[in-house]
Design a protein. Structure first.
Length: 266
């Protein structure tokens, strides 16, 4: 009996050591009455099983101009068939508002088989071909027939694969492209990421081969240049509207507007 009482005393002492209250304190901290015990995260993304944040429908569901600006600094991810992932930071966009926007493929609210994706839910890809050779990629936004053109990326991961894809797509004599030349234009971007017409009407929030994740350092208003769009021809006043947006000082932008940048600096 004395031995049994001794064992019970030792067990009682062990239960009263400082380690147990510390564990209980952590548990109480995590289950404070009235507190939200769910993980804290932005409403714009969720953590998937692959442990990678992904921009969700709420992010894309913005007015066109707002979305075009919000894209800056976000990251486009493309998973190739062989499993390699290409990552690029969005540094330049253009907004196409539909309706009265004379430069938009959906001007006047006209819906065709070609531009159907512009009328689909926000976050839908609209991929079209130019000159019968190159492709351009847009993302639908709020607004009937509105979409944002992705103009330029800053390559972050998979640069060798991007060079391979660019080399395969280019008809000119092959030469080693510098990093800033890989994605500094809408058709170059599509070449480098292996984007073609097969990606038209895909959903960025659901597709396994292409999606977006949040950038680490969202730019401030002072970092964003708003200027005129490129290559839209004679579209009257719409050719002069500041609907192209890019990150000031970023060398991966396709075309900089030095006049606007001087005005911003002043």
């Amino acid at each position: 009996m004395p031995r049994k009482r001794k064992l019970l005393a030792q067990l009682s002492a062990l239960q009263n050591t400082s380690s147990f209250p510390q564990i209980n304190a952590v548990e109480q901290l995590n289950t404070t009455p009235g507190a939200d015990s769910s993980p804290k995260s932005s409403k714009y993304f969720m953590i998937e099983k692959k442990n990678s944040p992904q921009l969700q429908e709420d992010f894309f569901n913005q007015p066109c101009v707002s979305l075009a600006k919000s894209f800056l600094g976000q990251i486009l991810v493309r998973k190739l068939p062989d499993g390699r992932e290409l990552w690029g930071r969005i540094v330049e966009t253009e907004a196409y508002l539909g309706g009265e926007d004379e430069a938009s493929h959906s001007k006047g609210g006209k819906q065709t088989q070609r531009n159907a994706a512009m009328f689909m839910k926000p976050g839908t890809l609209y991929v079209y071909q130019i000159y019968g050779i190159y492709f351009c990629m847009n993302v639908s936004s709020q607004g009937e027939g509105a979409a944002v053109l992705l103009r330029s990326l800053e390559p972050l991961q998979g640069l060798d694969a991007m060079r391979e894809l660019r080399s395969t797509s280019r008809k000119a004599p092959s030469r080693l492209l510098k990093d800033w030349q890989l994605c500094n234009g809408p058709s170059k971007l599509c070449q480098a990421f292996g984007i073609d017409k097969a990606f038209d009407q895909r959903d960025l929030t659901q597709d396994a081969a292409i999606w977006m994740v949040p950038g680490q350092d969202p730019p401030g208003e002072q970092d964003v240049v708003a200027t005129t769009r490129i290559g839209i021809g004679n579209r009257g006043e719409w050719a002069q509207k500041p609907l192209r947006f890019y990150l000031r000082g970023n060398r991966f932008v396709s075309v900089v507007d030095k006049k606007i940048e001087r005005e911003m600096a002043a």
